[in-house]
Design a protein around this ligand. Structure first.
Ligand SMILES: Nc1ncnc2c1ncn2[C@@H]1O[C@H](COP(=O)(O)OP(=O)(O)OP(=O)(O)O)[C@@H](O)[C@H]1O
Length: 247
């Protein structure tokens, strides 16, 4: 059975359909990449799955249970965690405290602050941030803040992880390390992952399957190798321009 099943999902803003009749399935343990140019509807789609945005119509099933329209805390407690494109840790708190707070929410809900801190430190060791645990979160560089976002999401003990542009702005070495981390956490925690990304080559390397969105609609779905040369994908990204293939 699918872990996540999205059916005919739509979100309208005034006369604009930000997401228009999108359907797809995510199998347990699978990594699904979501690609598309600016404004394609990717973030709105994530918002609806995570409960931050109410769908205008359609269904979202998590292991057969309808979750559409429920508040984000409830969806998080059912095992869905997301990161945000604009990383926003609590800046006055340390890296460790940021993760410990998250550990007290979600599906895990560790009640004791001491136990939450202990769990947070364990996670930070896994995500490579343990040496910066006591730094204020605001002092991390971009790659560090993206790692912290992932660690905070993991702290809620998700089954489904939604990653929103966690590779954007990273250099090639940092992208390689982030891909390794994502594969590791999938394996270790038996996670299913949906990842939005503009860094196309990296997404192709990481994903088991890819969905391409254009102007709110799903235009192509397939294996990375299948979609790489699909003319509809090239059109979705470039319109009639043929040169500036995204890196
Ligand atoms: N809160 C909102 N109110 C009005 N329109 C919105 C709102 N959020 C998104 N939209 C519109 O919906 C469309 C899809 O936006 P969305 O942010 O989901 O795209 P995206 O694929 O995530 O783009 P990007 O890659 O730039 O993040 C856009 O036309 C956007 O202007």
């Amino acid at each position: 059975m699918s872990l996540l099943s999205v059916r005919n999902l739509a979100r309208r803003y005034g006369g604009n359909l930000a997401v228009d009749d999108v359907s797809f399935d995510l199998m347990p343990g699978e990594i699904l990449g979501v690609m598309g140019a600016n404004g394609a509807g990717k973030t709105t789609l994530f918002g609806m799955i995570a409960g931050n945005v109410k769908p205008s119509s359609g269904q979202i099933m998590l292991e057969g249970q309808a979750i559409q329209g429920q508040p984000p805390e409830r969806i998080n407690a059912l095992g869905v965690a997301r990161t945000f494109q604009i990383v926003r840790p609590f800046p006055g708190m340390s890296v460790l405290e940021n993760v410990a707070v998250a550990a007290m929410y979600g599906r895990g809900r560790i009640a004791s602050p001491a136990a939450a801190r202990e769990h947070a430190l364990e996670l930070l060791r896994e995500t490579g941030l343990a040496d910066r645990a006591d730094l204020p979160a605001s002092q991390l560089n971009l790659a560090g803040r993206k790692r912290l976002e992932i660690t905070r999401a993991l702290a809620t003990r998700p089954r489904l992880l939604l990653l929103d542009e966690v590779l954007a702005g990273l250099n090639a070495t940092e992208v390689g390390a982030a891909l390794e981390l994502i594969r590791e956490v999938r394996q270790r925690y038996g996670l299913s992952i949906v990842i939005i990304e503009h860094v196309m080559k990296a997404l192709m390397r990481l994903s088991d399957r890819i969905v391409v969105m254009h102007e709110g609609r799903k235009v192509v779905e397939g294996l990375p190798a299948e979609i790489a040369n699909d003319p509809r994908v090239i059109k979705a990204y470039l319109g009639e321009r043929r040169h500036a293939v995204p890196a």
